[in-house]
Design a protein around this ligand. Structure first.
Ligand code: FAD
Length: 115
């Protein structure tokens, strides 16, 4: 399946995520290196993650999940398939006077949690 077809089909399935074609990974890694990802999705909802993973399995398209790109190195040739950048960043803090519990979605930046 070519990337244009993947883009078109996936675009119709996603509700509120931002899908891009031939996106330079250098824009999404701390080291500012890496060639283009065929398809790059900034994911804003759990439903969209489910849709992408289901689509990738059904169509046999490789996919790769990233967060803030601070612990990955991408080669100059880029990434074939779909890159899913998790942008879910809700945070809940519960304090029962003895313990504090912090629940965060996996796209939250560590610095924001620490602050
Ligand atoms: C200069 C520098 C300083 C750092 N300092 C610290 C520090 O002080 N403290 C500290 O704890 N860490 C530190 N780190 C490490 C870095 O912050 C951690 O590795 C961080 O947890 C990576 O998160 P990320 O969202 O950037 O992941 P990414 O780099 O995007 O991804 C890392 C790996 O996790 C996978 N992944 C990411 N998100 C998901 C997800 N939601 N589901 C499944 N798999 C996922 C990716 O596929 C990849 O294999 C530092 C790194 C650098 C480069």
């Amino acid at each position: 399946m070519d990337s244009e077809k993947i883009f078109q089909e996936l675009n119709t399935k996603l509700k509120n995520s931002n899908i891009l074609k031939n996106e330079p990974m250098s824009k999404h890694t701390t080291f500012k290196i890496g060639g283009n990802a065929d398809i790059f999705v900034k994911v804003k909802s759990v439903d969209d993650i489910k849709s992408i993973v289901e689509f990738a399995h059904t169509k046999n398209v490789p996919f790769y999940i990233i967060g803030n790109g601070s612990n990955i190195l991408v080669k100059d040739a880029g990434i074939r398939g779909i890159v899913i950048k998790i942008e879910l960043d809700n945070m809940k803090i519960e304090n029962n006077k003895k313990d504090v519990y912090i629940t965060v979605e996996s796209g939250k930046k560590i610095a924001q949690i620490a602050r």
